[in-house]
Design a protein around this ligand. Sequence first.
Ligand code: DGJ
Length: 742
Amino acid sequence: MSIIFHEETKVFHLQNDAISYIMMVLPNGKMGHLYFGKRIHDREDFENLLELVPRPMSSGIFVGDKFFSSQHIKQELPDYGTGDYRSPAVEILQKNGSRISDFQYHSHHVEAGKPLLPGLPATYTEDQKEAETLVLNLVDSVTGIEAELFYTIFAQRGILARSIRYHNKGNQSVYLGRAMSLCLDLPDCEYDWVQLSGAWGRERHVKTRRLATGVQSIGSMRGNSSHEHNPFLILKRPLTSERQGEAIGFSFVYSGNFLMQAEVDAHDNTRVLVGLHPDTFTWHLKEGESFQTPEALMVYTDSGLNDMSQSFHQLFQTRLARGYWRDRVRPILINNWEATYFNFTEDKLVQIAEKAKECGVELFVLDDGWFGARNNDFAGLGDWVANPERLSGGITGLAERISQLGMKFGLWFEPEMVNKDSDLYRSHPDWILEAPGRENSQGRNQHVLDFSRKEVVDCMFEMMAKILREAKVSYIKWDMNRSITECFSKSFAPEQQGEIFHRYILGVYDLYERLTTEFPEVLFESCASGGGRFDPGILYYAPQGWASDNSDAVERMKIQYGTSMCYPISSIGSHVSVIPNHQVYRNTPLHTRANVAYFGTFGYELDLNKLSEKEIEEVKEQIAFMKEYRSLLQFGAFYRLKSPFEGNELVWMVVSEDKRTALVGWYRILNVVNDRFTRVKLQGLNEDFCYEVSQDGTKRYGDELMNLGLVTSDATAGQTPQDEIPCTDFESRIYILKAVEV
Ligand code: DGJ
């Protein structure tokens, strides 16, 4: 890994074994972009990449050079108003009404490692040798605003982290109207655009379309990163598949409003912008103040989408997630939500926990309904004190009872919200986000607390910390069940109202930071009505997230498959739930529900007392299996082999670091009569190892399994032999492969 600067030609070349990122100071003083892709040799001069042409009718001509127009040039920090008519990465609204700026190179320096971003989640290094950071200083001379552009190249894999810090060194206050974190200008548009989109209950489905002339974008203006669009985007070459070909993945380390956009111009150049959504953002930057954008990540691969995913998985698992739980296998939990909803007593909870303990479950999680007057979702949010009518000994008492069973205890919170029917609201009616003179829009009968205010965050911290200090709580499920409307804070001046969405998220991060600092061994699981805030920003504090409120095994195949495009298996909260399933009323076999949930953090979301003896035996086996293999499942190298978006089957697998053990998950959605024979080519094995395959005890070399494939055909073709269990719809199997001596 190195960051090279050619003094003569003013060329910067960031490179490691996988990638090169090249840019230069342009003749007009702006920072020009030259190349991002597979590593290439360094040279003194890359001016040939500038692609200068005298196009008729071009504006933005640099004085004296008709070949050079900012209308066509590729830039690192395109600004508004000087002839680049594509969307800018920055806009400065000035006192005189002008929005024009012209950021020019001023200086640069290189730092070992990677600086932290104050108040924001970001990837990090543990040893300075893991990465190097180039900081470019650009200045807009009229306003005196300075932009520091951060580029961190990691030693391993094709990963680049970027962010920008603005400093107002001028003598007037300005507004940042747009402060994107990343601009990448690509020299063509031969790409498919792949996004993870959906809605509540069907989050992060993989959607692909061809990039076309004009602007295409995804984003959120809801205050959370949203169920609808994940802050993740892939541009892949049309022929790129999971196993081969070029792709660039973009990820935004942020949990609030975002925009990811690709603009294809008239000459088929593509500009990618990633950052805070400009439609819901302005920032009043006074003299002497600074503003730091969140971090955006880019991953380049020429080895297919799975390789790109593995780069994100490794980065997120080891250098984004932090703390005690980062490298530890996750406890197998039982959550009472789908078992009881609001209808529980303390004894009932203990009964659920007892049965779970008998089966081998390690952590009991008490969900919504334990506090204040919370008997339904109309009241109680904000009053984080146990309801004595339900829990006579409070949280301390229940936690003690669970602990006596030999289990850990976990608790649900929704710290950002309040019901009007609550003591908190009655004492602080001005603490919610609402616009003066306007009726607040409803969302699950609750209102959003103004987390842009420190006193609100302080109060939540104290209420939560009190419980964590007093009771044996080792896990928190942090929920967020409505998006933001009427985003107006009563404690900020009119010129700062455009900051509130971002300040709100900073408040969320602040609370997470304080709690994880004081209670470092508490495991946090994020949640937002399922997967409404499943993003890299939250992963920095909570190493796992409830992926979706949809717990149906078949629905989960698509959700978890899509999620795996960017997020590691250790981050995907996944549970076995009851049948008929509560979201789609589908009946799936118990083993299939577990076989899907294994590829995640794993747990149960039902009352095990309601299962038959036979089912309980099966549950015990599932838990024993998960305990044996969870380290491999959660931290092994993950491969997607067959997509549920493309057919009737899903296949994925994980391989241990030493390649001696692998698990293959095979799932068939609907049964097929008299089907063809099927094989799946495995990946990531050692071709010289001989693996024993658990299903039939056969021994196969890695090269055979990867080139000929694992035979997955089953015996039933509509005519089940008497002595075999018939296959049904929603069939699945886990193949265990172990290297053996031959
Ligand atoms: C939404 C979550 O996604 C559910 O798992 C559950 O915790 C409910 N909220 C509780 O209100």
